[in-house]
Design a protein around this ligand. Structure first.
Ligand SMILES: [Zn+2]
Length: 84
């Protein structure tokens, strides 16, 4: 697996699960809202770190005694992250 070469601490990759109903609901809320990114965070826990869109993956890195770093990625940006 390519992930193991990314860092000494193998990051944990989790799916961010948002139900279809929630997604539809917040699509209607966010369409014209200036609070789009805040609404996304409320529903999914965070925004994509690259484009601030709705995330589909959560990457948790252990910082050896310095806690955890959690980053969210959407499908598009996650694909780029994998190949980089
Ligand atoms: Zn993104």
């Amino acid at each position: 697996m390519k992930n193991t070469t990314l860092s000494k601490n193998k990051p944990i990759i989790e799916d961010v699960k948002i139900s279809k109903e929630k997604l539809e609901k917040f699509n209607s809320i966010t369409k014209h809202s200036q609070y789009k990114h805040r609404v996304i965070r409320h529903y999914s826990g965070g925004n994509c770190v690259i484009c601030a869109d709705i995330p589909s993956r959560k990457i948790i890195e252990d910082l050896e005694g310095y806690g955890q770093r959690i980053e969210y990625y959407c499908d598009r940006c996650f694909t780029k992250w994998i190949v980089s």
